[in-house]
Design a protein around this ligand. Structure first.
Ligand code: SF4
Ligand code: SF4
Ligand code: FES
Length: 315
């Protein structure tokens, strides 16, 4: 065990804990965007920074290991200012309307004013065609954005990178933290950086195996089941009316837990609990997207159970 001091309070943590772990231990959770318990920290969003005595720069609490005798401030003026600016940059350039409610709470908490950079600039063309180092001079009177068209190139999920905060979670989940497929990565530099398949090919031509693990970790709605996207477009997505039922995937013997999100007696998407110690929330294509047949088995309210089971056996 080691002792550190957080906002004047001495905390004992197990060696190997991060500053974020220590903060959470005493109920001082910090904002995080690129951090997820099931992925390796990549330290790219910098919204979790804290002030560490003796350190020239603020440090990311999600990945900085606690060391004996550290003295940390989580709510100093410097910390608040840094978080405010990070949130302003993100909210001025990215569509955060489907991000979790905690993001809106942080915008209020840190008095972020994304509108101070001016109105949003008109889209400047295809971000995927931009060349590294060829930055466009801006007028300074409008806020440039990451606006681009939604990519709909397969029947299973859509990619709306106007909502992407470049947190890298999808890249990690597609890569060595879960799927080991490496179908997507960050292309470009600076403001032109974006998530891309190799050579920006459409998803069906890429290495993607449609596990949907990238959708499972995306915090902003940039990656979304096509069924959810279409219901949202039709203004028929009503989360408050949906039920979520936990079940076990029947396709193989691993025993992945599935959460079926049902609206109007139809499964609209499938997620998996992150605290499941076998899968950590990750699935394969069958568990994630292989639910369509369930709709064809018949409505239990009107179809005899024997008939439903007989149809299930045929699949
Ligand atoms: S669906 Fe799976 S394989 Fe395809 S990009 Fe997402 S994480 Fe990678
Ligand atoms: S698509 Fe989602 S998960 Fe991937 S970097 Fe963008 S916000 Fe993060
Ligand atoms: S949550 Fe720590 S850098 Fe993103």
């Amino acid at each position: 065990m080691i002792d550190i001091t957080i906002d004047g309070e001495v905390v004992q943590v197990v060696s190997g804990s991060t500053l974020l772990d220590a903060c959470r231990l005493i109920g001082k959770d910090q904002p995080t965007l690129c951090y997820l318990e099931t992925l390796s920290p990549v330290n790219v969003c910098r919204v979790c920074v804290v002030e560490l005595e003796g350190s020239r720069t603020l440090v990311p609490s999600c990945s900085r290991m606690a060391e004996s005798g550290m003295v940390v401030q989580t709510d100093s003026e410097r910390v608040r200012h840094s978080r405010k600016v990070v949130l302003e940059f993100l909210a001025s350039s990215v569509d955060l309307s489907l991000a979790g409610s905690e993001v809106r709470d942080w915008l209020d908490q840190y008095e972020a004013r994304p509108d101070r950079f001016g109105p949003r600039a008109a889209p400047t063309g295809d971000r995927d065609r931009r060349h590294a180092g060829h930055h466009h001079r801006t007028t300074g009177s409008v806020a440039e954005t990451v606006q681009q068209s939604i990519k709909i190139d397969n029947p299973l999920y859509v990619r709306d990178y106007s909502r992407c905060i470049l947190c890298y979670k999808c890249v990690e989940a597609c890569g060595e933290d879960a799927q080991n497929t490496f179908a997507i990565a960050v292309a470009g530099r600076g403001f032109d950086a974006r998530i891309s398949t190799e050579f920006d090919v459409a998803l069906p031509e890429s290495a993607c195996v449609y596990c949907g693990n990238c959708i499972g970790v995306c915090p902003t709605g940039a990656l979304m089941f096509r069924s959810e996207h279409e219901l949202r477009q039709a203004e028929m997505w009503e989360e408050e009316r949906q039920t979520v039922t936990r079940t076990i995937c029947s396709y193989c013997g691993v025993g992945c837990n599935l959460d079926l999100h049902v609206q109007d007696n139809r499964i609209e998407k499938v997620t998996s609990p992150q605290d499941h110690d076998v899968t950590s929330g990750h699935l394969c294509i069958k568990g994630r997207f292989g639910y369509e047949y369930v709709q064809e088995l018949g409505d239990l309210a009107t179809t005899p159970i024997d008939e439903v089971l007989a149809r299930a056996r045929q699949h």
